[in-house]
Design a protein around this ligand. Structure first.
Ligand SMILES: Nc1nc2c(ncn2[C@@H]2O[C@H](COP(=O)(O)OP(=O)(O)OP(=O)(O)O)[C@@H](O)[C@H]2O)c(=O)[nH]1
Ligand SMILES: [Mg+2]
Length: 298
């Protein structure tokens, strides 16, 4: 008898902002790899997270939320990054939020289902639904007439429904050898992940539109024995924003730095010495060249 075929490939998690794509990726691989916040447009890059099983290897791709507003160069870049990930994937999971399906979700469904790859639908945040009976009509409403290969009710927060989803994803991938070493977690460097963890605190701690005027660049990342020395620059667009990020007597910047450092120490499993500076680069979020220089590529 033949052994079951090994399947491997990339699956893009796509959806509108804030549906829980990054939370779902983290829950599926069992690691806090991707940053998460209550604000839309937290993710700005394609991030690979690898899960290796006995019968296959899944390369999950986290992507920025696909959104309708394309006002700034950064917004257009985020949509481009998500669409490029979808185009390069072997399968996709369209992630939606339970009981919510709007025009942005509809546009993502159209893109996902016309990509010419197997597409699964994951309805996330089912833990937040009190009246579970409402889920059946919701499933019917969004899946009828659409060619999803399967529909899954999941909760990234409670880690429910994940095994069924993972099995279906593995089954949708092509038969081929593993693409990464079995112990690979991601293709991203610690330097990149360090910048993300500082950005996560900016998304979580700054109010209103300010997070969208910030980005993080790691100027220095050095390993000294088991200790990592990290110098992070937080870029903002105006002097007034710089004062807000720093806060009264530097309090907010200290809090951002200490929470980011703790998250880095957990992810890197070692001590981190983090220094942060806030600098102004006018109009970076609407400037294609600045975006490229600051690491935004698709
Ligand atoms: N109740 C509940 N909340 C969730 C669940 N999954 C994610 N969330 C919350 O939803 C918010 C958005 O989660 P993210 O994982 O950042 O969402 P995303 O789709 O990656 O968002 P973008 O990167 O902005 O596109 C956060 O506050 C999460 O804690 C879930 O299963 N249940
Ligand atoms: Mg995200």
């Amino acid at each position: 008898m033949n052994a079951a075929a090994f399947r491997a490939g990339h699956v893009a998690l796509i959806g509108r902002p804030n549906v829980g794509k990054s939370s779902l990726l983290n829950a599926l691989i069992g690691q806090r790899l991707c940053i998460v916040s209550p604000r839309p447009q937290t993710t700005r890059h394609r991030i690979l997270g690898v899960a290796t099983r006995e019968d296959g290897q899944i390369g999950y791709l986290d992507t920025p939320g696909i959104h309708a507003g394309t006002g700034k160069a950064l917004n257009r870049q985020l949509n481009r990054t998500a669409h490029t990930a979808l185009a390069g994937a072997d399968a996709c999971v369209h992630v939606v939020e339970a009981l919510r399906f709007d025009n942005e979700d509809r546009a993502v469904a159209d893109a996902a289902l016309s990509a010419g790859i197997p597409c699964l639908l994951a309805i996330n945040k089912v833990d937040a639904v009190k009246d579970k009976e409402r889920l059946l009509p919701f499933i019917a409403q969004i899946s009828e007439g659409r060619g999803y290969q399967g529909v899954f009710l999941v909760s990234a927060r409670r880690r429910s429904g994940l095994e069924e989803l993972e099995d279906a994803i593995a089954g949708a991938l092509p038969e081929q050898d593993a693409l990464y070493e079995a112990d690979t977690l991601t293709d991203r460097s610690e330097r990149f992940l360090a910048a993300e963890l500082v950005r996560e605190q900016l998304m979580r701690q700054l109010g209103q539109e300010l997070p969208y005027s910030t980005t993080v660049e790691i100027e220095r990342f050095e390993l000294e024995g088991r200790m990592r020395r990290v110098h992070a620059v937080i870029w903002v667009e105006r002097d007034g924003q710089k004062a807000i990020v720093i806060g009264d007597k530097g309090e907010r910047l200290r809090d951002i730095g200490s929470k980011a450092r703790i998250a880095m120490e957990k992810l890197f499993d070692g001590k981190v010495f983090l220094e942060t500076w806030v600098k102004v680069r006018r109009g970076w979020s609407d400037d294609d060249r600045a975006l490229r220089e600051l690491g935004y590529t698709d």
